[in-house]
Ligand binder design. Structure first.
Ligand code: CA2
Length: 152
């Protein structure tokens, strides 16, 4: 979707490196749905709440930092699956720590049940909520969490 026109009804969903390959391999870990399927689920969840979805993927750390900065204020909420950068990126963590809107960290797989190097996330204590190991339904859960948070 377009990268402009963010407003108070926008849910920004950011996806990090290699998530464009979702559904292509490792279905036992990530399932066989594609990122386009994830986007469709997110759009349905947002539309049902009168929210507008802006769904993006990049393989570039700097682009993710730029997008987090873009969404740091004035939107309904931010959902991020930083993929591999979850476990490596101080820069992304620093960007997330400047976010003033509600934020949710999502991981399709249970990072705590996998290799040791996936157990630590730089984003966990700079996000308001985490949805981990729920498959792609975790994105919808994250959007629903933002909605309940919004109506508090
Ligand atoms: O479980 C998740 O959502 C992850 O964020 C996915 C990342 C991984 O590095 C994290 O530890 C956990 C990997 C995303 C790339 O996924 C692929 C899927 C199919 C084929 C190739 C890569």
């Amino acid at each position: 979707m377009s990268s402009h026109g963010l407003d108070s009804t926008t849910v920004l969903v950011l996806n990090g490196p290699n998530l464009n390959l979702l559904g292509e391999r490792e279905p036992e870990i990530y399932g066989s749905d594609t990122l386009a399927d994830v986007e469709n689920l997110c759009r349905i969840a947002c539309n049902a709440e009168g929210l507008t979805l802006d769904f993006r993927q990049t393989n570039s750390e700097g682009t993710l930092v730029d997008w987090v900065q873009e969404g740091r204020r004035g939107i309904a909420g931010l959902v991020i699956n930083a993929a591999g950068y979850t476990h490596t990126s101080v820069a992304l963590r620093d960007a997330m720590s400047a976010v003033t809107v509600p934020s949710v960290e999502v991981h399709i797989s249970d990072i705590h049940a996998r290799e040791e190097f996936r157990h630590f996330s730089y984003l966990t204590d700079v996000t308001d909520h985490q949805v981990i190991g729920r498959g792609i339904a975790g994105y919808v859960e994250a959007i629903r969490w933002l909605v309940t948070r919004r109506h508090r």
